[in-house]
Structure formats: C-alpha cells, structure tokens
Design a protein around this ligand. Structure first.
Ligand code: SAM
Ligand code: ZN
Length: 348
C-alpha cells in the first residue's frame, strides 16, 4: 500500500495515497473529507472533559484518537479496529506523533467494549453506515457521566432515499423516515431518538453532506414523538395527523426526538476554528424552534413563487411577529414558528 504523510489539525498522519482520490477503496480507510467531522469531535471533547479516558472505536489509521490526544486533552486513548492493516498503520501514526498515551488494539469493537464495562469517559463510534449495531456495547463501556460520540453515514436510509432504504431505517431505528424538503432534520432526529432509547440526550447534533454526527450524555427520559407532513401543501406539524387541513393525506415520520438537539450551555464551551464557530453559531440560533425547517426553494416550487433571498424572507417573517433564523441543515432553509402559508407569504 503506497502511503504518504498528511497533516490534519496538530497531527501528522501516514495515510494511503489513494485516500485523496478514492477513499472508499483503500486497504485502510481514510477520508480527508471527514476532517471537519474530526475537528468538531476534538472541539467537543475539549469542551466536555480534560484528561478523559477515550476509546476511538473503529479507528482505521487512528486519525481521531491521535487528535484526541494531541488536541482534545485526552489522558489516554485506545484505538480499536478489526482490520490488522489499520492497526499497523495506526501504530506507525502513534509513533510518528510521539504519543505514549495512545495505543492501538486489533479487535472486533463490540467484543473489546463488552470486556470493559464502565471504563471510558468518551467512546467514539465512526462506522461504515449505521452505528446502531455498536450502541449497546458502547453504552455499557461508558462511565456513568461519559459521552458518546457517534457518526452515522446511513443517511440514505434515514432519509428514506428508496423504499428499501426506508425499510432498513424502520428495522435499524424502529422509526419511519420520510422524503421531504427537511428529510435531513428528520434523519438527525430519528438518530437522536435511537440514542434516547438508551437513556441518552443530545448535547450537540449536526448534519453534514453524507452523515449525521451526535454527541450524547445520559439524561432524563426523552420526549419521542412524530412529525406529520403534507406533500401537497408542504404543511408540517408535530404529532400524528391523518389528514392535512388542505384535505391531503399526511405522511408521518417517527418516533423521533422532539427535544432540543443541542445543549445551549454546552455549545457555549465548544471552541474551534472559524468553520466550527460558524456551525456552533447556527446551532445556537436553531434552539427553541419547532423540530423542522422549510427549504425556501421547495416552498417556491410548490406555490409557483419566484423566490427571495433567505435574509429577506427572514426579515419579512420577523416583521409579522414570527421567529425566524437560518439553519445549518440547508443553505436555503429557515427555521420558524410560522406555518407554510406565512412562509409562502414572506416569499411573495
Ligand atoms: C469509517 S471507518 C473509520 C474511520 C476513522 N474513524 C477516521 O476518522 O478516519 C470504519 C472502520 O471500522 C472498522 N470496522 C468495521 N467493522 C468493525 C468491527 N466490527 N470492529 C472493529 N472495527 C471494525 C473498519 O476496518 C474501518 O477501519
Ligand atoms: Zn396539505
């Protein structure tokens, strides 16, 4: 395997050269596009706890675990992967960064975690696809006041990309996804709902590109519920409704997490580079809004409207006394307490 040295955050990493053109066909997986995901994770660990005992489950070549030690203030890190070639490369990377408090272990992750109950302050799960098969073991291996850091790249399933994907989502998450202009928020809320079923609440959840990422701590019994959506007039409401006011049959997503997707106080502690700051600012603004957003392009298409700048639409809604903000889920999206009719009016 041809490798080269890359820099990410404070880490020097030996990575397969093919990672930069075709990360999905490497003997050892490394996706440079996930740098932001890893950078947010490091910022979250720093905000959560200094001196944490960390398990970087599914570590591949150790990028995350090494960054947790170098930048996240981790006291010690165990990197785990079932692929022997990944562990060989992770060990080279640990040596390259002169780290004595990081080790790499070749093992199936669930087997590794099951042998270490209540051992870690922070458990990372970054699988190919759904994280669901790893959650029970991760939860057991976490200390009582620990944090779960989970990435799910099964967005096609969580967003009901196809009929078969929706079935997979129902099987993995016990929740119905729907295809609509705010599918990505539904995906994130189904994902958070799964964590809630283990007694966890989100402190920071975000969506980007092909994944949802969430950080969870143990919490009170969560509010799970449903969102109903009308594909004809684009109305959306919380709860399970059979028919829309327009008479059309509603589609129902859920059960999913209806509470706040971020903890405001925790967000204030998350410090990072400009991109992290921008994400955190958007997430802060989104708190206190209904559990869905409107994609203004979809509303314009549905109502035959020419379209307006997001900022103007927000101003128009605010002028009528509604709350309205941008959302990290979509550059053309807004979160508002207004209904679809008022959103359409703000676009006229
Ligand atoms: C998406 S990659 C991890 C990427 C890595 N966390 C990063 O940020 O670069 C998933 C990794 O999980 C490993 N893997 C898959 N199933 C596993 C299992 N059951 N136990 C341990 N490792 C596993 C694969 O070998 C692969 O390296
Ligand atoms: Zn309707």
């Amino acid at each position: 395997m041809k490798t080269e040295i890359a820099r990410e955050g404070a880490a020097k990493l030996r990575v397969p050269s093919i990672s930069f053109s075709d990360p999905h066909h490497c003997e050892v997986f490394f996706n440079p596009e996930m740098e932001f995901n890893r950078t947010v994770s490091v910022a979250v660990l720093r905000a959560f706890r200094n001196g944490a005992a960390v398990c970087d489950g599914l570590c591949a070549l150790g990028a995350r675990g090494i960054r947790y030690a170098l930048e996240g203030g981790a006291k010690n890190v165990v990197c785990v992967d079932a692929n022997p070639a990944a562990i060989t490369l992770a060990n080279k990377n640990i040596a390259l960064n002169k780290l004595k408090n990081v080790k790499a272990v070749e093992s199936g992750l669930n087997k590794f975690l099951d042998a270490r109950p209540s051992s870690f302050d922070f458990v990372e799960i970054d699988p190919f696809g759904s994280a669901v098969p790893f959650l029970p073991s991760a939860v057991r291996a976490l200390k009582k006041n620990g944090m779960l850091s989970v990435t799910s790249t099964d967005l096609a399933n969580l967003c009901a990309g196809k009929r078969v994907s929706a079935e997979r989502c129902r099987k993995d998450y016990g929740a119905n996804p729907i295809r609509c202009d705010f599918s990505h928020e539904i995906a994130a809320r189904i994902f958070a709902g799964k964590a809630a079923s283990f007694g966890f609440r989100p402190v920071l959840v975000f969506y980007q590109g092909h994944y949802v990422k969430g950080f969870f701590v143990r919490g009170k019994k969560a509010r799970l519920g449903f969102i109903s959506y009308c594909p004809k007039c684009l109305s959306r409401v919380t709860g399970k409704l059979l028919h829309c006011a327009c008479g059309y049959k509603m589609q129902v997503a859920g059960p999913l997490y209806l509470g706040e997707m971020c903890d405001r106080k925790f967000l204030q502690k998350v410090m990072g580079d400009e991109r992290v700051g921008k994400l955190v600012a958007l997430l802060e603004n989104e708190q206190g809004f209904p559990p869905y957003f409107f994609d203004l392009h979809a509303v314009c298409d549905c109502y035959g409207l020419p379209g307006k700048a997001v900022a103007t639409s927000i101003d128009n809604l605010r002028a009528k006394g509604f709350k309205a903000v941008r959302t990290h889920y979509c550059p053309n999206g807004i979160k508002t307490d207004a209904g679809v009719a008022e959103v359409a009016a703000a676009l006229r």
